[in-house]
Ligand binder design. Structure first.
Ligand SMILES: Nc1ncnc2c1ncn2[C@@H]1O[C@H](COP(=O)(O)OP(=O)(O)O)[C@@H](O)[C@H]1O
Ligand SMILES: CC(C)(COP(=O)(O)O)[C@@H](O)C(=O)NCCC(=O)O
Length: 313
């Protein structure tokens, strides 16, 4: 009989409670101030400096060690081929549900990792850049499926990450606007041979169709930001109310009409969108990819990370 204890022992992950994890910070310095954190915080994300110190400093220490290991492996291959060592960018994927706080994690790591001399050049790309424009989603009848795998130009995303990994001098991606809820025509983001590229998005750990490559095939390391579905639903609804009072009130917002809903109507609307779109996508497509991540950050109801799972190999 497989007991729970055996299952834990044979798991590919080491599980660390918050106290154990924070002890792994060693002497990693805190290089962020309260004001600096304010600029990185996502809408309605209560993250504070204690969370940065306890969770993100040990994480940057781990990533720095892992980066150094990857560079050494790259140098060994160059030496074998008799080539000059030109290390490719290190690629870090960040996955998780809508409203779980991935973008705060990604922006924090972007800032913290860039403070290390070994990898001062860090770039961040979010996969919404590779959503099909609304005109295409409408033509295909999948506007209500934004965020599901079929709403992305998967091949363009794979081409982009593969070109960055191959060391291309400059690679460009489209730009998505949350305000306009669409790809911005003519806008582009350039990535120029960074030390580290962070790729953040709902579906970045999705496996490829047979015979194709997936974006995660290019990842050196990956993080899944995890929480109970019921908690993420509450965060989504709370954030919706916050957006209603802020971003949606902007005349340019695609959601301008939602700013005028009553409190009760807004709650009902947000719960519907959560249930019909985002929870479905989480359960059907995103959560099943969690076991592919190298590290899982599990958040409690108060948004603070309670447990960390780290894959040994
Ligand atoms: N309708 C919106 N208008 C403006 N900003 C938004 C909107 N929806 C989401 N955002 C912001 O976009 C970013 C990505 O959100 P999301 O995809 O839900 O991922 P996460 O909450 O995990 O970062 C967050 O910073 C969020 O606050
Ligand atoms: C833009 C998103 C699909 C997330 O994109 P990502 O960068 O994670 O690929 C998501 O934030 C979104 O807007 N979803 C649509 C459903 C909703 O409005 O809640």
């Amino acid at each position: 009989m497989v007991t729970e204890a055996t299952a834990v022992e044979t798991s590919a992950y080491v599980e660390l409670g918050r106290e154990q994890w924070r002890g792994l910070r060693e002497n990693t310095p805190l290089t962020l101030t309260e004001a600096g954190l304010e600029d990185l915080r996502g809408v309605d994300d209560p993250i504070d400096l204690a969370e940065v110190t306890d969770i993100y400093l040990p994480l940057t220490r781990l990533l720095n060690l892992h980066f150094t290991g990857a560079r050494k492996r790259g140098a060994a291959v160059s030496a074998f081929l008799g080539e000059k060592d030109a290390p490719p960018p290190y690629i870090l994927g960040i996955a998780g549900s809508v409203a779980v706080g991935k973008s705060t994690t990604a922006r924090l790591l972007h800032t913290l990792l860039a403070r290390w001399p070994e990898h001062s050049n860090v770039e961040l790309i979010t996969t919404d850049s590779f959503l099909y424009p609304n005109a295409v989603l409408e033509e295909r009848g999948i506007m209500h499926r934004k965020g599901f795998p079929e709403s992305y130009d998967r091949r363009a995303l794979v081409r982009f990450v593969s070109a960055v990994k191959a060391g291309a001098a400059e690679v460009t991606a489209p730009v998505y606007s949350h305000l306009e809820y669409d790809i911005v025509p003519g806008a582009a983001q350039s990535v120029r041979r960074p030390d580290i590229l962070i790729v953040e998005g709902l579906n970045v750990l999705q496996p490829a169709p047979p015979t194709a490559l997936a974006v995660c095939d290019f990842f050196d390391f990956s993080i899944y930001v995890d929480a109970q579905v019921e908690d993420v639903r509450e965060w989504y609804v709370d954030r919706f109310h916050k957006l209603r009072r802020t971003a949606f009130a902007d005349p340019k917002s695609y959601f301008r009409h939602l700013a005028d809903l009553s409190e009760t109507e807004a709650t009902a609307f947000a719960r519907d969108v959560w249930r019909e779109v985002n929870e479905r996508n989480l359960v059907e497509n995103i959560a099943p990819t969690r076991a592919r991540a190298a590290l899982v950050l599990h958040k409690g109801r108060d948004h603070a990370v309670q447990r960390v799972l780290l894959r040994r190999a």
